[in-house]
Structure formats: C-alpha cells, structure tokens
Ligand binder design. Structure first.
Ligand SMILES: [Zn+2]
Length: 240
C-alpha cells in the first residue's frame, strides 16, 4: 500500500467509492499460542503476536466517519478486515417509499439487505415474493370481492393474475411481460437452486423499484416535492 493514510472505500453518504483518510488510530497487541504438531506430538510452540489496528476513517468528500479494524503480524498485510457500518463491494440505498403498504415495504428492504450482503439465492426468492405481494394486494386485497370471485382470483397462477391486472389497466402489458422474467428467476432459485448473478439481481431490483413507483403512484409526491422546491427557489430569487 503506497499511502497508509489514504484508502479507497465505499462511502455510505456519497453512495460511491471515495478516498478516506485515517483520523484516529489505536493498536492492541494480542498474543496467541500457535502449536505445531507432527503426527500426534508437539514439535514446536510459538507465541504469535497479532497487531490489531483500529481506525476511524473519514470520507475526504463529505466527512462521514466509519470504523475499520484488521490485524497484521508485522508484515503490514491486513487480515480479517472489517468495516462498520457494514458495506459490500456493492451498496444499494433503500428507496423510502411513502405509498407502498408496510408489509411490502419490509420485504423490499429485506431484499435490498440481502443484495448488499450478496446473498444471491434468498435475494432472488425475495424478489419473487414482492411480485406475488403486489399482485395479491392489487388483485385481491384492495377489492370488496364476493367470496366466489375471491376464491377464483386466489386460485389463478401468478402468470394469469398478471394478465388480468394488465387487462384491468393496473399495469401495462409490457410490465406484465417484464414481471414474468422476474418470476422465472425466482422460480429457478426456489425450485432448481439456480443462483443468479449480481448483475441479474440488480436488473431485478431496478424492475421492482420502478414497479412499486408505477403501481403505488409514487411519481406524484415526487412531482409535488419538486414543484415545492421550485417555488421556494423562485421566491428566494425574487426576494434577493
Ligand atoms: Zn462521502
């Protein structure tokens, strides 16, 4: 490492990779006994020193602090590196949906956590659960249905439910087709244990986010917020 005080790390506030500098540092010497065996006998015992390094690092752009720890044995090779708050190579921020029902929002947030932890199989299964959840909510729960019709709708397969939702104009036919792709990924994960790539999961999550926006009409509050900001800005300009 060229400069031990400058690190390239993912910043949770900037939401991208940034140079970080070490602003605080502490060290702890941990002695461990290492025993070497030959066959069943001890041939050597050694005290191994682990130098634990603890750092508070700051993003050079926004100043956000993180905690970092690792150990080395004098060679400065960083072992068992950890950083808090946790982040992977990839990090997706959760969208704070205001109109999405609470249970769906919870599954969505779990799905993002699984993605960030690179737990691919459960992430794919959760993506499918979200599709199922939206369909259930928009196709069955939000209507006062007669028992017979409720039963009929419940018993339809996901694909048929999606078709009927498109027919009712709740989602477009293009969206329906896209969701079938998503459904297939979840099925392959659940039934065949076929592990999708991070890239495939990323496509899936982007589809889910745009679906949640479309179905729960999240565009409107965003528009209202933007219009609000525009008005405020205009007022400031006129008053200056
Ligand atoms: Zn930052």
């Amino acid at each position: 490492m060229a400069n031990r005080n400058a690190l390239k790390l993912y910043c949770l506030k900037c939401n991208n990779s940034q140079l970080h500098r070490v602003v605080r540092k502490d060290m702890w010497e941990d002695k461990e006994l290492e025993i070497f065996f030959e066959d069943e006998d001890i041939i050597e015992a050694d005290q191994v020193v682990k130098y634990w390094i603890f750092q508070i690092v700051a993003c050079s752009k926004c100043g956000k602090r993180s905690f970092r720890e690792f150990w080395h044995d004098g060679t400065f090779i960083e072992n068992d590196k950890e950083i808090y708050p946790k982040r992977g190579l990839v990090f997706r921020k959760k969208i704070d949906f205001t109109q999405v029902p609470e249970n769906l929002k919870k599954i969505y947030e779990t799905t993002i956590d699984l993605f960030n932890e690179e737990k691919k199989l459960p992430c794919a299964i959760c993506q499918r659960i979200i599709v199922e959840g939206i369909v259930k909510e928009k196709f069955i729960d939000s209507f006062q249905l007669e028992e017979k019709e409720k039963k009929r709708r419940k018993n339809l397969g996901l694909e048929k439910k999606l078709n009927e939702l498109a027919h009712a104009g709740i989602i477009s036919y293009n969206t329906t087709n896209a969701l079938k792709t998503l459904k297939n990924m979840g099925n392959d994960a659940a039934h065949e244990m076929e592990v999708p790539t991070m890239r495939e999961l990323d496509f899936g999550l982007r589809m889910i986010e745009s679906l949640l926006k479309v179905v729960y009409d999240e565009h409107e509050p965003e528009m209202t917020k933007l219009a609000d900001q525009m008005e405020k800005s205009k007022k400031r300009r006129r008053n200056s």
